[in-house]
Design a protein around this ligand. Structure first.
Ligand code: ATP
Ligand code: MG
Ligand code: MG
Ligand code: MG
Length: 563
């Protein structure tokens, strides 16, 4: 590639709106451009890197026995009605209709689509396990799209779904995916920590998020330097005995008088057992439950509970609407004195908003998080901090921040039950498929890599996902002997399979060095007049800044050994 032809408009100044290094550098180096909030065009350099990330993902997925397909972005809203998520998902779900007024959604995730796809085809345990994935644009109407590619509205995700005959099968599929996910991070040059996202009463490790360690990350995590314990602060608040209050079983008993086990609770609420991964109960000073929430999925807005507890009750969607509340937000009829959190498991931090009211003793009428109260105020509710004792070994925990780049999740039978995706087991009994889901933010991974690999000069790409591995920088590209030298070397590099871009622009050396540093190609080969007179070129390692003189006729060999 010739840089004189490359469409990579760079910016001299830091763009004002960019708070994070990745956002700033991807804009400045001409990798992305914003079209509207949360909507970005990936320019040629970014697109090359994204394709490399995708290739790594495909390689790992295929090796793990998953099969790639491609499902449409638009999803028939009927499927979302069947799963119950059409109403429950909340305003993040982009709803559209066609010319015949038929309802569709822009898929924020594809559980419904894939369950519908297999439900009439999979009829026997002999067809299991099955693992399908695709790499597709997703749309989520995020409340606060920000940080460039990190929280976009349209973004690229690899999402995959496993189907097994039973829990044991699911666990096997899940662990295979978890291992593959760790490899994906490693191969993309991302330092990531697998953290327990949802400790789940239903058996330990049911969901893990891979958190790219970055000071600017939105997620607070804690990890133990002594054992392998790591959790995000949401999950951690569930596993650490920080919150005063009864043990989890008791909480559930409090929240659901007369019911103690998960199964009893779910029956009590009339929701499928598989849906119950997180439970939250708030009790007042006298131990009375103020609200109790059992979300149907990772998203709290999926709550379908409706129950009266003494003076307080949970509202269903209709009641919410009648009360003029924001859909998906549930509040107590009145906030009791000194409301205490006694949750044994946690909800996503953003969902703590539902627990807030703008004024005591009032409904949450018309409350808007952000406007009426700061989401941050609820951060107090997640109670795990650095220096708290590790629940496994007691060693003080270390705090860190991370960017969630991927997540693996044991779904269970939530979607298969709701959508009637069943099969005949070995004994001829009809059973719902047992599912897992696995997501990687492809475009977010690109940004996370930049977040981890940059310096004052710009991006420093890990070789595996660099748009070009080598930048060839002739200082006099259109003068002999420089011209003949770079053209010959360029041919050699291409022949050796090294992805090379040539800065053939008639720019001052300073401009070339700055741009190439900014764009972050891992190695630069600089062809200067003085060196060429002695038959040498300079090879610069972008990360260390080290420069080595190498004989011109050895240069291609030399960098081939580096990349
Ligand atoms: P977050 O907690 O950051 O909102 P999520 O848990 O809602 O993410 P998942 O439903 O687990 O996201 O989706 C799988 C992956 O898709 C995430 O791990 C993340 O890498 C990516 N992703 C999710 N939302 C976005 C977004 N708005 N922009 C870019 N990537 C995203
Ligand atoms: Mg989200
Ligand atoms: Mg998340
Ligand atoms: Mg997630």
């Amino acid at each position: 590639m010739l840089m004189s032809r490359l469409y990579a408009p760079t910016l001299k100044e830091d763009p004002g709106e960019a708070e994070l290094a990745s956002h700033r550098l991807l804009l400045r180096a001409g990798f992305i451009r914003k079209q509207a909030a949360g909507l970005y065009t990936y320019l040629p350099l970014a697109w090359r890197s994204l394709k490399k990330i995708e290739a790594i993902v495909r390689d790992e997925m295929d090796a793990a026995g998953a099969q790639e397909l491609l499902m449409p972005i638009m999803v028939d809203a009927q499927l979302w009605h069947q799963s119950g998520r059409y109403d429950a998902y909340g305003p993040e779900l982009m709803r559209v209709s066609d010319r015949h007024d038929r309802e569709f959604v822009l898929g924020p995730t594809h559980e419904e689509t894939v369950t519908d796809l297999v439900k009439d085809e999979i009829s026997s345990y002999r067809q299991l396990p099955l693992n399908l994935y695709h790499i597709q644009d997703k749309f989520r109407d995020e409340m606060r799209p920000r940080f460039g590619l990190i929280r976009g509205r349209e973004f690229i995700m690899k999402d995959g779904y496993s189907f097994d005959a039973d829990q044991a099968g699911l666990e096997k599929s899940y662990h295979t995916m978890k291992d593959a996910y760790a490899s994906v991070c490693e191969r993309c040059g991302i330092r990531a920590l697998p953290v327990v996202a949802d400790s789940g009463q239903i058996g330990g490790d049911t969901s893990v998020e891979f958190m790219a360690l970055a000071d600017a990350g939105e997620a607070a995590i804690v990890f133990c330097p002594q054992c392998d314990y790591a959790a995000d602060d949401e999950a951690a608040s569930t596993t650490l005995p920080i919150v005063e209050g009864p043990a989890s079983e008791d909480i559930l008993r409090v929240a659901t008088p007369g019911a103690g086990s998960i199964a009893e609770v779910t029956e009590f609420f009339g929701i499928p057992a598989s849906a119950t991964r997180k439970a939250l109960a708030l009790i007042d000073g006298d131990g009375r439950p103020a609200i109790a929430i059992i979300p149907g999925d990772r998203e709290l807005n999926e709550v379908k509970a409706e129950r009266v507890f003494g003076d307080y009750h949970l509202m269903n969607d209709e009641e919410l609407e009648d009360a003029g509340l924001i859909k998906g937000f549930i509040g107590p009829v009145g906030l009791p004195e000194d409301l205490r959190l006694v949750c044994d498991e946690s909800l996503h931090q953003s969902h703590y908003w539902i627990c807030g009211a703008n004024e005591r003793d009032y409904h949450l009428t018309g409350v808007q998080p952000g406007r009426d109260f700061e989401p941050e105020m609820w951060a107090d509710l997640s109670t795990v901090k650095a220096d708290d004792p590790c629940p496994h070994c007691g060693h003080p925990l270390v705090g860190a921040r991370g960017i969630e780049v991927s997540q693996v999740f044991q779904l269970g039978t939530k979607y298969s039950e709701a959508m009637g995706a069943t099969f005949m087991d070995r004994d001829g009994r009809e059973r719902p498929l047992v599912m897992g889901c696995y997501g990687i933010g492809i475009s977010r991974t690109l940004a996370a890599a930049v977040e981890q690999h940059n310096d004052d000069q710009g991006i420093i790409w890990p070789v595996s996902i660099a748009p070009y591995e080598v930048a060839l920088i002739p200082l006099d590209p259109h003068k002999e002997p420089c011209e003949r030298a770079w053209k010959a070397l360029f041919d050699e590099l291409l022949e050796a399979g090294i992805e090379t871009i040539v800065d053939d622009r008639d720019e001052r050396p300073g401009v070339k060095f700055a741009d190439n540093d900014l764009m972050g190609f891992p190695y630069q080969i600089i062809l200067g007049k003085r060196g060429l007179a002695q038959g040498v070129v300079e090879v610069k390692d972008r990360r260390s800044g080290e420069r080595v003189d190498v004989a011109l006729d050895q240069a291609a060999n030399y960098v081939a050994g580096l990349v």
